[in-house]
Design a protein around this ligand. Sequence first.
Ligand code: FAD
Length: 359
Amino acid sequence: MIDHLIIGGGIAGASVAYFLKQSGAKVAIVDDTGFENPASFAAGAFINPVMGKPSKFKDFADEAFAFCVCFYSQNFPELFNHCGSLIYPKNEKTKEEFAALGAYIPSPYELTDTPPLGAFFVKDSGLISPKALIDAMLEGVDRYEAHIERLEKEGDIWKAGELRAKTVILAQGAVKSIVDEPYLHTQLYGLWGQKSKIKTEANLPYIISSKVHIVAIEGGLGIGATHIRTEEPIPINRADTLRLIEEAREVIDIADFEVTEEAGGMRSASIDHFPLAGAVYDSEKTIERFPSLIHGARLSSEAPSKYEGLYIHTGHGSRAFMLSPYTAKLLAEYITANAPIQKETDPARLLFRYFKKKL
Ligand SMILES: Cc1cc2nc3c(=O)[nH]c(=O)nc-3n(C[C@H](O)[C@H](O)[C@H](O)COP(=O)(O)OP(=O)(O)OC[C@H]3O[C@@H](n4cnc5c(N)ncnc54)[C@H](O)[C@@H]3O)c2cc1C
């Protein structure tokens, strides 16, 4: 019998598997691409802090950034290219406004004079190898290749195709959740990303983060990525690649080049930008018990009805490799030790919001 079965073999599934296996439980993971094609493999997997003034999301992301830099450095140092990132302004209008953001960078940095407004060199930034990381995180975890159509409950046990498990964690990425819950379907959406590699003369010892991320790869540069909200994947196309190259040219000289690789994938994002890490709630049973939710009543996250033994880990948007280890650790502690889950990532917030919007 499997203790914890994870559906989805991308970074969200792999990182929760990594922390769940620490408890000695039997952990298994199932992926319908045979662990060959989750969106996670298309990621540039840059690890950068969120820039800007303090906000709820930035506070949360700062904690996740500090956690993941430490986590990757300690556990996967050979996969983490801790090369630093030169971060350019995105929306600031003056040099002073941009420089003022330094006070909110959650790790050591230098402010450089790079034209036109300066740039921050953030030493803790880096990038990680997505496929090698996921493989390493899944060591000791049983892997299955199958598409799970539906989940059924037999007593306390979840049935997912041929597999039986005490708990199930949905980490399906941008694929519609196999649990038919409208508060999930309507508030999670797909964010398409395309990235490219080009052969060109380049000498770049660190990452550049401007409108795009740019990194040196063997013989050239990797440039990513587009962010397009869409329900269906967008065919990989040369026009988007050329746009990425033009944006890269705003901050780095690229003379002759040849496109050597183009890849893409769908990220899962949530309407309030926070990921989902927590229990899956049953909206029908909840509204039967608390009809006043439709009028915006507030409940503690313990109050709504849950599907016992069913959890979700998704919605990490374009920062999954930065956020996911942090939310996975919290989720694993919630599942195995009943530790509290942060209300920012608790799916209850989307449940309450969904009811309120229905009025
Ligand atoms: C071009 C690009 C660049 C990016 N750059 C960065 C970056 O620099 N930094 C960063 O942090 N993030 C980056 N990301 C974002 C990040 O890659 C994604 O948010 C992340 O990979 C999503 O991971 P996931 O595990 O949620 O989903 P996925 O990686 O999509 O994994 C989910 C898996 O579950 C499988 N699945 C779904 N339903 C079922 C089912 N019913 N049965 C079996 N299997 C199922 C899917 O087929 C898929 O294989 C980038 C993404 C893209 C596309």
